[in-house]
Design a protein around this ligand. Structure first.
Ligand SMILES: CC(=O)/C=C/C=C(C)/C=C/C1=C(C)CCCC1(C)C
Ligand SMILES: CC(/C=C/C=O)=C\C=C\C=O
Ligand code: FE2
Length: 558
């Protein structure tokens, strides 16, 4: 412990099996030490503080020693985080550019058990928010569990209390089951575990998100404290939304799937307000329910609404045990469609049938123009899983834990849709480059945000070096040259590479790419790559292994 360097926080939680260790740090010797909180306390000196007071407290939700033994046989990426919160300064190897000033936040499901009950799917875990605060070449890191109602109830009652992605609370009799169904329809039993992403709104507030609307939770980007719910104060209703809104300083755009009259509401919210306004509605063209819409892209003038043949399924929503496709069902007969809506008027300017597709993440979209500058088509790129739904099953924790090094990751590609705007009934879907360039793995993408909705050249994503059961490389894709540069370290599980542009940059790839790495030996580190060369420029080791995380955002200083 003495080797850890702590920042100016007064209280941090460092490690635990079934205990958590609380460190109180003082820049000057305090009158009285807060011994009363702990069952054990002692004084010691660390490198950076005068007095550190250590307290060990029982920590019921974190893994028991038996559980931890089991976890230690597994990769740390798929092992529950061992403490509720931590903060400290990391030693940096290499050079962090001095212009990189701000906080990278990454959200994800980092706690996959309640005592000895283990969740089954990657997406079920309770949200763990990680921060990397860059300033003057130094790096202060930390993490904290998000205090959703679902997490707090699990802690208090020591059992699952809300419906997660695949986990459903147990009911003990028929009446309780009926009550549960009523709670499902009212949304009361749905989770608010905001474990998917984190966005900075135009007014500066930072919100963690998942697919349930009630799981929109405001956090403090410095302390990572949970500040409260982001309440949508409008009458648009619905219980779910896209996990990935499009957020800029000017607006917040999202899609609300309508499960009753299959379709999607395209909505917009002004910065500083909580009221989403309807832009327009898309009616589904196939199937009994809307397609799952985890994300969607926009161009400068249009919102692209994908209608994936992997559709929400009312029957599966009611089931207590997970089905192979969870709350969804694959309907190849219902076909796949892409709709294009004008952002200003809400009019649908194209609605085309496209080849069957499966995607979580759209990368970007832009308008293609002819010589006269007329828009002839919309190009939309996504991480496309070759219309194969088995990726969902591959993200079961048991598969992630037991099949490391086994080549079971289904192939994926940069799927490029071309949606003509001349009234033709069909759109195209093709690979934008040879998938072998990125090892036929492809997901968790980012771009330079200045190119959102515009013709762009570079995408950053996780790719594959086979054999593997999960994307294990970072890849920089050049969509003009149709080439990729890849970063790989044996046994490492990197999370989404996140591009941050250098202030004043004129080149699209002038900036850095940040990722967090979970290592084979149980450790973890923050990694900074040069956006242009894709070479490592700095890394900084955490004092504990990091679990895998999903999506991030950048909060610039001031
Ligand atoms: C982590 C991630 O990427 C996705 C999380 C998705 C969740 C939590 C989905 C939850 C849902 C329910 C609890 C019931 C209604 C359907 C659905 C939105 C899938
Ligand atoms: C981890 C993931 C989806 C996350 C959603 O937010 C997909 C991984 C796909 C593997 O290729
Ligand atoms: Fe996502």
């Amino acid at each position: 412990m003495a080797s850890l360097a702590f920042s100016a926080t007064t209280k941090s939680y460092v490690s635990s099996s079934n205990y958590r260790i609380v460190l109180y740090k003082y820049d000057a010797k305090p009158e009285r030490l807060p011994f009363k909180e702990g069952i054990f306390a002692r004084k010691c000196n660390t490198r950076d503080s005068i007095v550190t007071n250590v307290a060990i407290q029982p920590s019921p939700l974190f893994p028991s020693p038996e559980k931890q033994d089991f976890a230690e046989r597994n990769h740390v990426a798929w092992t529950s985080v061992r403490q509720e919160r931590w903060e400290g300064e990391l030693d940096v190897q290499g050079m962090i550019p001095l212009w990189l000033s701000g906080t990278y936040l990454r959200n994800g499901p980092g706690l996959w058990n309640i005592e000895d009950y283990n969740f089954r799917h990657l997406f079920d875990g309770y949200a763990t928010l990680v921060k990397l605060h860059f300033e003057n070449g130094r790096l202060i890191a930390g993490h904290r569990q998000i205090e959703s109602d679902a997490y707090k109830a699990a802690r208090k009652n020591r059992r699952l209390c809300y419906r997660e992605f695949s986990e459903v609370p147990k009911t003990h009799n028929f009446l309780a089951y009926i009550g549960e169904l009523a709670n499902l329809f009212s949304g009361a039993s749905l989770t608010d575990n905001a474990n998917t992403g984190v966005v900075k709104l135009g007014d500066g507030s930072v919100v963690c998100l998942t697919e349930t609307q009630k799981g929109s939770i405001i956090v403090d980007p410095n302390t990572l404290d949970t500040l409260g719910k982001f309440e949508y104060k409008d009458s648009l209703g619905g219980l779910i939304h896209s996990a990935h809104p499009i957020v800029t300083d000017e607006e917040f755009l999202t899609l609300l799937p309508d499960l009753i009259n299959p379709g999607y509401l395209v909505v917009r919210m002004e910065p500083g307000t909580n009221e989403r306004k309807l832009i327009g509605r898309v009616d589904c063209r196939g199937g009994p329910a809307p397609g799952w819409v985890h994300s969607f892209p926009v161009t400068e003038h249009y919102v692209v609404v994908p209608e994936m043949p992997l559709r929400y399924c009312a029957q599966n929503l009611l089931k207590a045990e997970p089905t192979p496709l969870y709350k969804f069902e694959w309907h190849p007969d219902s076909k796949g469609f892409v709709h294009v809506m004008c952002k200003a008027s809400g009019k649908i300017v194209a609605s085309v049938e496209v080849p069957l597709f499966v995607t979580f993440h759209f990368i970007n979209a832009y308008e293609e123009k002819d010589e006269e500058g007329r828009v002839t088509a919309v190009i939309a790129d996504c991480c496309e899983h070759n219309a194969d739904t088995t990726i969902l099953e591959k993200l079961r924790l048991q598969n992630l834990r037991s099949l490391m090094g086994v080549d079971v990751l289904p192939d994926a590609r940069v799927g490029r849709f071309r949606i003509p705007l001349d009234g033709s009934p069909y759109g195209k879907l093709e690979a934008a480059l040879d998938p072998d360039e990125h090892g036929r793995g492809m997901d968790m993408c980012s771009i330079n945000p200045a190119y959102l909705g515009k013709k762009y050249r570079y995408a950053y994503a996780c790719g594959a070096q086979r054999p593997c059961n999960f994307p294990n490389t970072l890849t920089k894709i050049d969509l003009f040259e149709k080439k990729a540069k890849n970063w790989y370290e044996e046994g490492a599980v990197p999370s989404e590479p996140f591009f941050v542009a250098r202030p004043g940059a004129t080149e699209e790839d002038d900036g850095v790419v940040i990722s967090m790495i979970s290592e084979k030996n149980g450790d973890g580190y923050a990694l900074v790559l040069d956006g242009s060369t894709f070479e490592e420029i700095a890394r900084a080791k955490f004092p504990y292994g990091l679990p895998y995380g999903l999506h991030g955002c950048w909060v610039p200083k001031n």
